[in-house]
Design a protein around this ligand. Structure first.
Ligand SMILES: Cc1cc2nc3c(=O)[nH]c(=O)nc-3n(C[C@H](O)[C@H](O)[C@H](O)COP(=O)(O)OP(=O)(O)OC[C@H]3O[C@@H](n4cnc5c(N)ncnc54)[C@H](O)[C@@H]3O)c2cc1C
Length: 379
């Protein structure tokens, strides 16, 4: 069985690994346009401050792929797919044929249509080449940075930039901090802590009008900045799939077995839209890669949606949130001793559907398991 995997992230890696373990003789080829082996992408934000040793950054060393007989082709992009001939055309002019194909092309940073967003002082962080560009700008003496987007990645970037000695302004269009991961009450708690950090300014409900060469123009003021980092969400990489005639919506449309709309083509990770959901999370991409790998090798595995949690540890503030952050009932409490905050969300039947923890995360896994458990009476 000839398996071709397009992509070089965690979904591609896990798929190659689990296809190889499935006990069916397979020839596995992994094609990545990045020049380096699959790595732990979430580590990139911390590496703006300080690089990690290779053993912590790369998922596995080169020798691993040789041992597993996975043919890894780096620095090569898949340019088009012929689903009838079952071939993939590559940027080096060659072509590979497949019996089964996995698209694990990930996503890219969304750049809002703001005048000046294509300026030379505007960068974003998704791949290792972006990290190199940011580090090189920082080495040229950048001192003031504006970060557009106050989500998880925006805050992680802010921390790294502060560690590099920059003054940072985080500009968030929403009314409060971490709008996808915290409700208004929890955001207030987090903000009380983050508001104490020197050289960090947080602006909410701020609409960016323009990015002139030396700053960011908001409705009523201009924030001076030598560098502007855009962290305004992501979009799935679907262009390759759409051009090949695969059904795409916001992501490549797949069923629970991660099968796309053409025979023998699968999609996993950030690029895949599973029954209407795009996950955009490392844990989900990993889990989808494992399922896709088994199915590439002939299995019939199902991807089971979970409450993939979000974790953040910035400026010493630990945050965990999982599940649906609204419900028929919500209960919040703050520890009088430690200041730790927790909020639990329940549905009308009293089942836990979501939680937010700030400060003390010791119950995180227990609560996540409870959220993932089916309601009583259901399998
Ligand atoms: C800085 C940063 C911090 C993050 N922090 C967190 C976090 O704390 N928690 C969390 O859950 N998630 C986090 N994420 C998101 C997480 O990294 C992604 O959800 C995860 O990496 C998705 O994995 P993937 O394999 O689907 O795609 P990706 O990791 O995006 O990999 C896709 C790969 O495919 C390659 N590719 C694309 N098109 C082609 C083509 N045509 N030919 C060949 N190769 C191609 C890309 O170059 C890339 O190497 C973070 C992301 C970033 C950028």
């Amino acid at each position: 069985m000839k398996i071709v995997i397009v992509g070089g992230g965690v979904a591609a890696f896990e798929a190659a690994l689990s296809a190889g373990k499935a006990g069916v003789p397979c020839e596995i080829t992994l094609i990545s346009r990045e020049k380096v082996l699959p790595y732990r992408r979430p580590a990139l934000s911390g590496m703006v401050a300080e690089p990690l040793p290779d053993a912590q950054f790369y998922i596995k060393p080169e020798s691993f792929y040789q041992e597993k007989k996975i043919d890894v082709r780096l620095g090569i992009a898949a340019q088009s797919i012929d689903c009838t001939a079952k071939t993939v055309q590559l940027s080096d002019g060659s072509e590979v044929s497949y019996d089964r194909l996995l698209l694990a092309t990930g996503s890219h940073c969304f750049l809002p249509p703001i005048p000046g967003i294509d300026g030379k002082n505007v960068l974003s962080l998704r791949e290792i080449s972006d990290l190199e560009a940011i580090r090189s700008r920082l080495e040229s003496g950048v001192k003031r940075v504006a970060v557009i987007g106050g989500g998880l990645l925006g805050l992680e970037l802010a921390q790294s930039l502060l560690e590099r000695g920059c003054a940072v302004t985080v500009i968030e269009g929403g009314a409060s901090l971490l709008p996808r991961n915290l409700d208004a009450e929890a955001a207030e708690v987090a903000l009380r802590e983050l508001g104490k950090i020197p050289n960090l300014t947080l602006k909410f409900g701020a609409v960016v009008k323009e990015i002139p060469p030396a700053g960011v123009r908001l409705e009523a003021e201009e924030i001076p900045a030598d560098l502007v980092m855009v962290s305004a969400g992501t979009r799935a990489n679907i262009e390759l799939a759409a051009a090949a005639g695969l059904k795409c919506n916001r992501g490549i449309v797949v069923d629970k077995r991660l099968r796309a709309s053409q025979p023998d083509v699968f999609a996993a990770g950030d690029c895949a839209e599973v029954e209407g959901t795009l996950y955009g999370l490392y844990g989900a991409a990993r889990a989808m890669g494992q399922v896709a790998g088994k199915n590439l090798a002939g299995g019939e595995e199902t991807f089971l949606p979970e409450a993939f949690p979000a974790r953040l540890n910035v400026f010493g503030l630990k945050i965990f949130s999982a599940g649906v952050l609204k419900g028929a009932e919500a209960k919040s409490e703050t520890s009088p001793d430690t200041g730790a905050f927790r909020k639990l969300f329940f549905d009308a039947a009293g089942k836990l559907v979501g939680c937010i923890l700030i400060g003390d995360l010791k119950d995180a896994l227990k609560l996540q398991a409870e959220i993932d458990a089916a309601p009583s009476g259901q399998a």
